[in-house]
Design a protein around this ligand. Structure first.
Ligand code: FES
Length: 121
């Protein structure tokens, strides 16, 4: 049901953890499945210098969190705002239809972290 890429990112999540002095934090959740995701970013010169995540959720939620950290790292904030849920799911070689909302969480979490950072300035 899951692609090899999803299984790889679930088994070996990249950039998992918390940034204690994060510049922006995005928290998102899904009421139906109960999953919760936090995305932490450090910003330098308008770019995502560091990014980590903490996710309490399903295998797809963990894999989408992991891949979005790879997609966003080093990007400018404007570029990162343009990362879509489709980019997330395409980068994981697709997600089962019932798991598409998990990729929404990751994209929304990243965008919220950027908005949080921008709101604080
Ligand atoms: Fe809800 Fe995956 S089942 S985020």
């Amino acid at each position: 049901m899951y692609s090899d890429k999803v299984i790889d990112h679930f088994n070996n999540p990249r950039n998992m953890g918390e940034i204690s002095d994060a510049d922006g934090i995005g928290k998102v959740g899904n009421k139906v499945c109960g999953d919760v995701m936090y995305i932490y970013i450090k910003v330098k010169d308008d770019r995502i210098a560091d990014i980590k995540f903490k996710t309490m959720g399903c295998a797809a939620a963990i894999a989408t969190s992991s891949i979005i950290t790879e997609l966003a790292k080093g990007k400018t904030l404007d570029e990162a705002m343009k990362i879509t849920k489709k980019d997330v799911s395409d980068s994981l070689e697709g997600l089962p239809p019932i798991k598409q909302h998990c990729s929404n969480l990751a994209a929304d979490g990243l965008h919220k972290a950027i908005e949080d950072y921008r709101g604080k300035r």
